[in-house]
Ligand binder design. Structure first.
Ligand code: UT7
Length: 325
């Protein structure tokens, strides 16, 4: 019998404040037209004073547990993907663990930038399938607004803040086939030769500062379109699934043009991609679970639907997951 990680709940949390392109255009030399045409972004949520990554993560985790209908005490693993932890250490995951009142099991952070949620999902899925945990919270939470250079129009218009979470629970799969519910496969990749194509120019060891996001946008764009379609194809091939069998693509939300290009390469109509980049911007590790929660909440994604998730980010890191909701 194959052990599967069922996705039994999801949740999200956004900062109260939403900032439109027009508002940004009053701060930096940009325009709503440019941002919409190049990225599809119209607004994003930005944390206010005192709001932290851990608070957003906690809100998403609480909503996911309520949606799953289980108490926090059942969780014995928390994997939190973030690039913007509250502090350099300890892990933001242990703060969330304490705020949820959990005193057993273990919690840690995973750092894979915009691919963070896929990495965290893969890590948690492997713990569950090995029997080393039974119920996991997988959280993607980021406050990129804290590490943006607000004078740099090439990056500051792209990102937003937020958190999303899913609850995984170990269960016996039917036959180890794609008919099973839960995480069917995960696929992770990295190529450190592109370290400085998308990076932060500070850090405890290198500069003893926090630093700001720096990006070679065109290089990232080019790699994103190729790597994302490769890893999407890989997830489908491993499971013997044709794109026509997919109910939903839930992609990382960096740029509408990247999502369109990936869908096109998969021969998937854009209507079957969940898109939230227009009102979330790029929320890094939070973007997939934020989009997923939105589509589950409004009834687009239904129990039994087959979902392909994919992401690419700094490192470069990239990866995909095929999941039956
Ligand atoms: O989640 C992790 C992955 N991140 C991504 O996937 C991001 C990938 N990259 C992209 O999405 C795109 O490359 C961007 C949206 C970042 C940029 O779009 P682009 O079509 O590649 O634009 P560009 O960098 O070639 O810039 C075109 C022009 C430049 O002006 P000149 O040199 O042609 O005169 C820029 O200076 O647009 C200018 N520009 C802006 N103008 C108004 C750059 N940023 C802005 C801005 N407002 N915010």
């Amino acid at each position: 019998m194959v052990v599967r990680s069922l996705m039994i709940g999801c949740g999200s949390c956004l900062p109260r404040q939403s900032v439109s392109n027009h508002e940004l255009a009053q701060r930096v030399d940009t325009s709503d037209d440019w941002i919409v045409q190049r990225t599809g972004i119209r607004s994003r949520h930005i944390v206010g004073e005192g709001e932290t990554t851990s608070e957003l993560a906690l809100g998403a985790a609480q909503q996911a547990l309520a949606h799953a209908g289980i108490p926090a005490s059942r969780v014995d693993l928390i994997v939190l993907a973030t690039t913007t932890p509250d502090h350099t250490f300890p892990a933001t995951a242990v703060k969330v663990q304490a705020r949820l009142g959990i005193t057993t099991g273990f919690a840690f952070d995973v750092q894979a930038v915009c691919s963070g949620f896929i990495y965290a999902l893969a890590v948690a899925d492997n713990f569950l399938r090995l029997g080393q945990a039974r119920t996991a919270l997988v959280i993607g939470a980021d406050t990129f607004s804290r590490i943006l250079d607000w004078e740099d129009r090439t990056t500051c218009v792209l990102f937003g803040d937020g958190a999303g979470a899913v609850v995984l629970e170990a269960a016996d799969g039917q036959a180890g086939t794609v008919a099973d519910r839960g995480v069917l496969s995960t696929h992770l990749h990295s190529d450190g030769r592109h370290y400085d194509a998308l990076w932060v120019d500070g850090g405890p060891s290198a500069t003893q500062t926090t630093g700001h996001v720096r990006m070679n946008g065109q290089e990232v764009f080019r790699h994103a379109v190729s790597r994302l379609s490769e890893t999407a194809a890989e997830a489908l091939a491993v499971n013997g699934v044709d794109p026509s069998q997919l109910d939903w693509l839930v992609p990382h939300q960096a740029n509408l043009r990247i999502i369109e290009a990936t869908a096109r390469k998969l021969h998937l109509p854009l209507e079957r991609a969940v898109i939230s980049v227009d009102h979330h911007g790029n929320t890094s590790a939070a973007s997939i679970p934020l989009a997923l929660t939105e589509a589950v909440t409004d009834g687009r994604i239904k129990r039994g639907d087959l979902i392909l998730m994919e992401a690419m980010g700094g490192g470069f890191t990239w990866g995909s997951a095929l999941v039956r909701w």
